[in-house]
Design a protein around this ligand. Structure first.
Ligand code: PMV
Length: 334
């Protein structure tokens, strides 16, 4: 076993993933595909090294037991693919830090599980095939499968019951299109219902869930085409449609999943108004209250200024397309 450190950048879904397939819970198979943009400024760096017993340090402090258990279970998954899988997994010390500016308002599970997968795979001597590592990362967190690559990434749902064709693949590197994502934080508080619990509730109770699943593949293809043509107007239409359909599906769950607050709605209104005035940009929002606007590089400052002036907005950040996940340090164990 080696000591290895990996860095992975977080991503924003332009076409959303919401909902897991029934059965095979450890495979964590999405019910819909998704398409994302990896972000330069936000990343997680994670070191995996041999130790007498498992331990997880997160941002300079011992992690909560539930968070640590989830990480150790993920180490078991990575070990089960290693050349030494017949032996029991050695103890590991995992040290992870999130590099997220305060104005991010973006979850770290995507970058966290991608960095953990890459560091552990390097440490345990796995074949560094990206697609296989991405499939492993997906089992920690669906969005993490997309963070294995930079730029624009598509995660296909696949059709096989065992999930072996549920794969992410890079569509374009970051330099394909120098767009910006302007993130407006609508609260400083953490979200209430986690994505796994929320997705289960939507699948089991939302009358709109079947429609959400049925219409997703067409959105993915339309977004992929618009992206290849660097057509912001066409891509933006799909981005907003996918976001509003996901939130409609969430709202129709029982009890309803309302991730937005009053500030989120004010931001949505501000985006529509600014667009009517001729500033082009399209919004998206995840399982939380923050609103993110996709726009051209030259319009980012105007968007940031516009969103900063919406009542009760906490702060605004401008983010760029980011790179692949990488191994930053590797050494033989003592
Ligand atoms: O895979 P998770 O648990 O990070 O869930 C991601 C869910 C959304 O952020 C709402 C959408 C997405 O595709 O990232």
């Amino acid at each position: 076993m080696l000591t290895a450190t990996a860095r992975a950048h977080t991503n924003i879904a332009l076409v959303k993933y919401w909902g897991k397939r029934d059965g095979l819970p450890d495979q964590n198979l999405p019910d819909v595909g998704s398409l994302s943009l990896t972000l330069a400024e936000l990343f997680t760096e994670t070191k995996v090294e041999p130790a007498a017993a498992d331990a997880l340090e997160l941002d300079g402090a011992p992690a909560q037991a539930s968070v640590a258990q989830r990480a150790f279970r993920h180490l078991d998954r990575v070990w089960s693919q290693s050349p030494q899988r017949d032996r029991s997994r050695p103890g590991c010390r995992v040290v992870s830090s999130n590099h997220v500016p305060t104005a991010a308002g973006l979850a770290s599970s995507a970058s966290g599980f991608a960095a953990l997968t890459l560091a552990a795979a390097t440490s345990f001597g796995l074949d560094p095939d990206r697609a296989a590592l991405s499939a492993l990362a997906r089992r920690g967190s669906g969005s993490a499968a997309r963070s294995m690559w930079g730029g624009f990434v598509r995660l296909d749902r696949g059709v096989l019951p065992d999930g072996s064709d549920c794969r992410a693949r890079p569509l374009h590197t970051a330099d394909h299109w120098d767009v910006r994502l302007v993130v407006a934080r609508a609260t400083a508080r953490a979200k209430t219902v986690g994505s796994t619990e929320g997705m289960t509730r939507s699948r089991e109770t939302s009358a709109y869930y079947p429609a959400w699943v049925d219409t997703s593949a067409a959105d993915l293809d339309a977004a992929e085409q618009a992206l290849a043509a660097r057509d912001l107007t066409a891509l933006g239409r799909v981005v907003e449609r996918s976001c509003f359909k996901m939130h409609a599906c969430m709202l129709a769950s029982e009890p309803p999943l309302i991730y937005w607050n009053a500030t989120s709605l004010n931001l949505v209104q501000a985006v529509f108004e600014a667009r009517q005035m001729g500033l082009e940009g399209y919004l998206t929002s995840d399982a939380g209250p923050h609103i993110k606007v996709l726009c051209r590089r030259e319009d980012a400052a105007a968007w940031a200024d516009r969103l900063r002036h919406v009542e009760r907005v906490v702060d605004v950040a401008v983010l760029r397309p980011g790179p692949d996940a990488t191994v930053t340090f590797e050494t033989a164990a003592r």
